[in-house]
Write a protein that binds this ligand. Structure first.
Ligand code: MRU
Length: 361
């Protein structure tokens, strides 16, 4: 069973997750479904609890899901390890990784992290199950630490795109809560603010689960960056009124041609930005690119429960039995993206050649 512990004060900088102890340890994560009303951490002791936390968006955001899954494998290999030989350990590893891969389909970071863990095990067949288990924990920690560094580099690489006095619109939450570090889109804003630039962030509330209202405003307030919350359907008008000079969002999966999947509603924002001549940027680490997909048409889009729309946040807002369509993500074509901000630099213009050059080398 998951045990829950009240943690810290709400003013502490959020640490999305942390591993406690050695290979037999546990994984503590912020329960993001409770924010901003309550700051509570959950302690996962089994792979099933990590699966549930990913599925229910207690931990969410592409890079954070990848980190959580890597630690989830370590948890899944704890039970009965002393009685296992290496063949049984490897079989269990595949079983656990396949299970975690079924939690959410769109963010490629999940599959990227699981593949990286599988690869490490595949390369070191001479280690005992216990040695391999410890090695996999090290790998999970490396994935988390590298993610933190990637966020910082994305912030540095993107900060020059924002200038004094700019209004910057973002959609969903691509902040620290969605990663192990400062985030992707928000890292750029944090870096610009740290350079002394006064920027004004507009956060789309992001129906139906309100990651913008609940999480992005919370993070920006904590870090002292001015933020104004708007409903999703206000973005066009805010642009028309010239309050916004740039849009930056995160991504869940980027195809080889630069088409980028992100939270549902991002595509509409990109179209609005195009219509108003406002640059639309995507900020994402290389772990979010899926070069096996030629275009965004091949990106699997998660569909979620209809009750997220009809009974979201504890209140019924549509008649019983209403037919609902609830895709959780959409794909913004590369032609609408001014640049992709990665930890390695800017991809601009967004073409397959430039994507491959940045990500493959
Ligand atoms: O459904 P969610 O909350 O996991 O969706 C998250 C997003 O769409 C983020 O923008 C994306 O994962 C990038 S996070 C750095």
């Amino acid at each position: 069973m998951r045990s829950e512990t009240e943690m810290n004060s709400p003013n502490d900088p959020p640490r999305t997750m942390r591993w406690n102890g050695g290979p037999e340890g546990t994984l503590t994560m912020i329960d993001q479904t409770l924010l901003p009303v309550e700051f509570r951490e959950i302690e996962c002791r089994t792979v099933e609890e990590v699966w549930e936390a990913i599925k229910m968006l207690r931990v969410r955001g592409a890079p954070a899901i990848g980190c959580a899954a890597a630690y989830g494998v370590v948890l899944g290999l704890q039970a009965g390890i002393d009685a296992m030989n290496r063949v049984a350990f490897d079989a269990r590893l595949q079983e656990v990784a396949d299970y975690l891969a079924g939690s959410r389909p769109t963010a490629v970071n999940l599959f990227w992290a699981l593949d990286r863990i599988r690869k490490v095990a595949g390369e070191q067949t001479s280690l005992s199950p216990q040695e391999m288990h410890a090695r996999l924990l090290d790998e999970a920690k490396a994935i988390e630490a590298e993610d933190r560094e990637m966020c910082a580099a994305i912030g540095r690489n993107g900060a020059s795109l924002l200038t004094e006095g700019m209004g910057v619109l973002t959609h969903c939450n691509a902040g620290g809560l969605a990663t192990a570090g400062d985030g992707t889109a928000l890292a750029v804003m944090f870096a610009a603010a740290a350079m002394g630039k006064n920027i004004q962030v507009y956060a789309d509330e992001t129906r139906p689960l309100l990651q913008g209202a609940r999480l992005t405003t919370w993070e920006l307030q904590q870090r002292g960056v001015p933020v104004t919350l708007i409903c999703d359907n206000m973005a066009g008008w805010v642009m028309k009124e010239k309050r916004v000079q740039a849009v930056i969002t995160g991504a869940d999966r980027i195809a080889a041609n630069g088409d980028s999947a992100n939270k549902i509603g991002t595509y509409s924002v990109a179209l609005l930005a195009k219509a108003h001549g406002i640059p639309f940027y995507v900020a994402a680490p290389s772990s979010t690119f899926d070069l096996s997909l030629k275009t965004g048409d091949e990106i699997p889009i998660e569909e979620r429960n209809s009750e997220e729309i009809t009974k979201g946040h504890g209140r019924q807002t549509a008649p019983e039995g209403t037919t609902v369509y609830n895709p959780a993500f959409d794909v913004t074509p590369a032609e609408y993206i001014e640049a992709i901000i990665t930890e390695r630099g800017l991809i601009r213009p967004v073409t397959e050649q430039n994507v491959r050059q940045m990500v493959e080398h």
